[in-house]
Design a protein around this ligand. Structure first.
Ligand code: GDD
Ligand code: MN
Length: 352
């Protein structure tokens, strides 16, 4: 049987909460509702208490102060008794009616059901240019860094249902907004994930709590969930530069090898050592599908990076110092190499 506990985290949502609860109660869904309030100055908790007296399926939790969305979800989970847990915002930007379809998908046996702004008829009613861009940019970065999210169109969604057992023995570690990312990464490859389109509405009352701080938390969550792969990749890259320079010096000065051959040898050697370091360290939980293939692919991925590096150096040196132009070129090449490594060279999980 599918029993659903619906978590609603609130911070200053006194005006929105009664409207949301009325609409939810009208849906004829068998829900347990858990409202987690962080001692909102606008008295949201008192509103929640009143609603809990009116409707028997409501539980409330009051925390001492604003401790963040993810930890509210994680604390609310302790009160949940359903075998599925749903999470939605209190501000009516998530239409309660979408839950009907989502619950249907849970009944079909799906493990994670995501209300999605980016599938089929899903969309956003009103976002400013900057917010739209950050949303798309964040989704792109997430897809690039976390392969477990690549099949999901809206991994940044804050409206979803999950089978409670996928968190068994694990806990929510993030403190920011993106609990769904953690679920997707931690739930393993057998998880059945599906998306239901919805229209992310306008906020009519109160204001968004999504701040610059939240965006920084998102970046650190991405790094944590990716096991700091970009950082490791940069470290390997720096080691590669040392190998390249060192070998060039050795071959050219001590062995009097021509610059062309010494250069080619040291470039290729550093590509190979980088490949090995990345294989056994950065991407140790990934597969290349055979050594020869892996090395060839890695060389192929290094090529466009090198071309971009060179073109940037040539173009930008007209307007700035050539060493600065080269650094910008190196950074761009790094980004291209990293994406290629994530998606093409080490694109698959290791079989266990
Ligand atoms: N208890 C608690 N504590 N609740 C909080 C806190 C907190 O620190 N911060 C925010 N909330 C509640 C809000 O009251 C609201 O019900 C919900 O969490 C979402 O907050 P908003 O501030 O309205 O978020 P948003 O509309 O900017 O972002 C939403 O959409 C994003 C997709 O673009 C959220 O659903 C995000 O998770 C989602 O990624
Ligand atoms: Mn909102």
């Amino acid at each position: 049987m599918v029993e659903i506990s619906l978590e609603i985290p609130t911070y200053n949502e006194a005006g929105n909460l009664p409207v949301l609860i009325d609409r939810l109660e009208g849906l004829n869904l068998d829900l347990e509702i858990i409202i987690i309030d962080d001692n909102s100055p606008d008295g949201t908790y008192e509103v929640a208490e009143r609603l809990a007296q009116q409707y028997k399926n409501i539980k409330t939790l009051k925390r001492p102060g604003k401790l963040g969305l993810a930890s509210a979800i994680s604390d609310g989970l302790k009160l949940a008794s359903g075998n599925y847990v749903a999470v939605m915002d209190a501000d009516l930007q998530h239409p309660p009616e979408t839950l009907l379809k989502m619950v249907e998908e849970a009944k079909k046996g799906n493990d994670i059901i995501i209300a999605s702004r980016y599938t089929d008829k899903g969309r956003i009613e009103k976002f400013g240019f900057i917010r739209r861009l950050t949303s798309k940019g964040a989704t792109f970065l997430t897809h690039a860094l976390l392969r477990e999210t690549r099949s999901v169109k809206d991994p940044m969604s804050g409206f979803f249902i999950f089978r409670r057992s996928i968190l068994e023995g694990k806990k929510i570690e993030s403190s920011g907004y993106k609990v769904l990312l953690e679920l997707l990464v931690k739930s393993g490859s057998e998880t059945k994930v599906t998306e239901i389109p919805y229209v992310f509405g306008k906020r009519t009352l109160g204001e968004s709590k999504l701040t610059v701080g939240e965006n920084l938390k998102f970046i650190s969550l991405l790094l944590m969930l990716s096991h700091y792969r970009p950082v490791k990749f940069i470290t390997v890259g720096i080691v590669g530069i040392l190998v390249n320079e060192g070998l060039l010096f050795f071959l050219h000065t001590y062995f009097a090898m021509s610059l062309l051959f010494a250069g080619m040898t040291s470039i290729e050697t550093s590509i190979l050592t980088n490949f090995l370091f990345n294989h056994f360290w950065t991407f140790r939980d990934r597969s290349v599908g055979g050594w020869v293939r892996g090395v060839l692919k890695y060389n192929l991925v290094a090529l466009p990076g090198a071309i971009i590096n060179l073109l940037t150096l040539l173009k930008l040196s007209a307007i700035t110092h050539y060493l600065i132009a080269n650094i910008i070129g190196i950074i761009l090449a790094f980004a291209v190499n990293y994406l290629g490594s994530e998606m093409i060279v080490w694109g698959r999980a290791k079989r266990r």
